[in-house]
Design a protein around this ligand. Structure first.
Ligand SMILES: Nc1ncnc2c1ncn2[C@@H]1O[C@H](COP(=O)(O)OP(=O)(O)OP(=O)(O)O)[C@@H](O)[C@H]1O
Ligand SMILES: [Mg+2]
Length: 587
């Protein structure tokens, strides 16, 4: 825990400073009630020593009762307030974390794997909560108690007080020495746990793969190794933490022995009363618990600090794709004219797109074909700015793409990605994803155009059918069409289909394309630019423009007829597919 970290944590605590102050005031009063108890016992012993009667006894009992009850009530509210604050701070942190993660780009998620992120979002968040809740509460309580008790003891007998605190410097040294090491080991454990989570996550995600390739024994072995390492790291922490408590207790015992010896002599020499001596011991005992708990609290704070550092690593990431100084807030719509101008793009120095020029006019249908790995998906990812090219290389409606507010840009685009993702939710929710107020009629219309309406009607609960985990499993083609419906429901000015109908049979695909085409020509609510990526000639042959990509360059472009006439790569692909078709009919 250092200053820099405190300033980072402060904004979260600040929001609850009213409650925090209330909690701390209650803590002050609560602790005062606590230290009142030995004092009352001192009074009782000294007074009763001069003569006992029932009235006196009752009076002292009553006094103690009231104090103890008051303390109980105060203690309850102190905990209630301070623990509540820690839950609220955890809540805020969790929200900030998700909000931040949602702004981060692909590159970030390649660096931080899902399992790692989950570990941070669960374990580290809990550790921070324990630091700002119990951590703050117990350390404040210990400090306040210490100040109270030392002040009281000092007035009673300064020499005896000093003697009682002879072991204190050793306690402080031990706390520092152990604290640092616990912190380090805990940090390593959390990192280890992140790796473990990543393995679990990837294994479960790819379970079908693992089974199909009978990789279970191998995966188990790898997991076993990681799991073993994790336990070993934990054991090393236990060794350390296990030695810490007994050491503290020993130092405390030494303090008690010293007080017993020197205090006893003080009583013999009539320097303090018997009651005073008893109170002295009681105060020492009251200090014992916070001292021992100090170990636990230091632990909490060290862990919390380690975890907070890990959370901050995420919270301080700057989104590399966001609105910036170039953004022109006056742009509220996109027409759909797309131009790539001298475009170069690389992944970490690996060139993928090379000096690429392509103009897609608003309202047109443009197809991209090319070998696998030629850069088609990369190219279309630049349009909704899932990836960013250097400034000036991508223009929308004739202006640099960075001038368009990200929200406006993405709202105008319907992207059907190559890998479909449906959420574990109803079909209705999946299709209306991103359009929260969509009506049933619109959802059904989108499903109709995407050619999935018929399938959905046959499902047990139609649009209310749940898909994914604990729901219906859709076929590859059904998933793709549901994803297309999702994109269509947005009524996008730009529709991008990245190999989006590859799992759909050609007859169904033709019908869907025809419906899309009709919607485009009729204009719909507005005309639409459509980009179709496909390996099938039948899918792209009717496009207004076909561009052929090869190793990140456009090697041919034109209409189907023009490209066939040129007799280049496209014509070759066409002939090959024609031949395949004929052969399959012969069989
Ligand atoms: N996130 C990434 N990081 C690094 N390299 C990548 C990344 N995504 C793609 N690539 C590389 O960029 C090149 C182009 O990939 P891209 O996905 O754009 O091809 P594609 O034309 O869509 O292929 P396909 O037809 O198989 O979908 C490939 O060589 C690929 O290995
Ligand atoms: Mg692709």
């Amino acid at each position: 825990m250092n200053w820099e970290m405190l300033t980072a944590l402060w904004p979260y605590i600040r929001r609850y400073r009213g409650r925090m102050s209330a909690g701390l005031i209650i803590l002050l009063v609560n602790t005062a009630a606590f230290v009142l108890i030995p004092f009352e016992i001192e009074l009782a012993i000294n007074d009763l020593g001069r003569g006992i009667d029932v009235a006196k006894l009752l009076r002292y009992c009553l006094l103690l009762m009231v104090t103890v009850i008051a303390r109980g009530v105060l203690n309850y509210y102190q905990r209630l307030i301070m623990i509540t604050i820690s839950r609220l701070i955890e809540f805020d942190l969790r929200n900030d974390l998700l909000a931040k993660l949602e702004t981060l780009s692909q590159a970030f998620f390649q660096k931080f794997r899902t399992g790692d992120l989950m570990a941070r979002a669960v374990n580290d968040l809990a550790a921070v909560r324990n630091m700002v809740g119990p951590g703050i509460m117990y350390s404040a309580q210990a400090v306040v108690l210490f100040v109270y008790v030392v002040a009281i003891l000092w007035r009673q007998d300064p020499v005896l007080t000093l003697i009682a605190f002879v072991p204190a410097p050793f306690v402080s040294l031990a706390v520092q020495w152990f604290g640092k090491r616990i912190h380090e080991r805990f940090e390593r454990i959390q990192a280890m746990f992140s790796r473990l989570s990543t393995r679990v996550e990837e294994n479960l995600g790819g379970l079908r793969m693992v089974r199909a390739y009978t990789r279970e024994p191998l995966e188990e072995e790898r997991f076993d190794r990681l799991n073993r390492q994790y336990v070993q790291h934990n054991m090393r922490l236990v060794l350390l933490a296990g030695a810490f408590d007994p050491l503290l207790q020993f130092l405390l015992g030494v303090a008690f022995v010293l007080v017993l010896w020197f205090g006893g002599r003080a009583v013999l020499e009539h320097r303090i009363t018997i009651g005073g001596y008893a109170a002295f011991n009681l105060y020492m005992a009251q200090m014992a618990f916070p001292m021992i708990a100090m170990g636990y609290v230091i632990n909490l704070v060290q862990r919390g600090a380690a975890s907070f550092t890990r959370l901050r690593e995420l919270l301080t990431q700057t989104p590399d794709i966001a609105d910036g100084p170039a953004t022109d807030a006056s742009v509220t719509a996109v027409r759909g004219d797309i131009e790539f101008r001298g475009l170069n793009f690389d992944y970490d120095g690996q060139p993928v797109l090379r000096d690429l020029n392509l103009h897609i006019r608003a309202g047109k249908t443009v197809a991209l074909v090319g070998h696998t790995g030629s850069g088609k998906s990369t190219l279309v990812s630049l349009i909704p700015r899932l990836l960013d090219a250097a400034p000036g290389m991508v223009l929308i409606d004739g202006r640099p793409i960075r001038e368009i507010p990200l929200r406006v840009l993405r709202k105008s685009i319907g992207l059907v990605p190559q890998e479909t993702l449906l959420f574990s939710d109803t079909l209705r929710a999946n299709i209306s994803f991103g359009v929260p107020n969509a009506g049933d009629a619109a959802i059904e219309e989108a499903a109709g155009i995407a050619g999935i309406a018929g399938d959905i009607a046959d499902f047990p609960e139609a649009y209310g059918t749940r898909v994914g985990e604990r729901g219906l499993t859709l076929s590859g083609g059904q998933k793709q069409r549901a994803a297309l419906a999702r994109a269509l429901l947005r009524n996008p000015h730009i529709l991008i289909m990245d190999d989006a109908l590859a799992s759909v049979d050609t007859i169904t695909e033709d019908r869907i394309l025809e419906q899309l085409e009709r919607g485009r020509l009729e204009g719909g609510p507005h005309s639409r630019t459509t980009i179709i990526i496909s390996h099938r000639i039948s899918t792209v042959r009717n496009a207004d423009l076909i561009a052929v990509l090869d190793h990140g360059r456009i090697v041919e472009q034109g209409t189907h007829a023009e490209l066939i006439g040129q007799g280049g790569a496209y014509a070759e692909l066409y002939e090959k597919q024609l031949l395949e078709e004929e052969l399959s009919q012969v069989e």
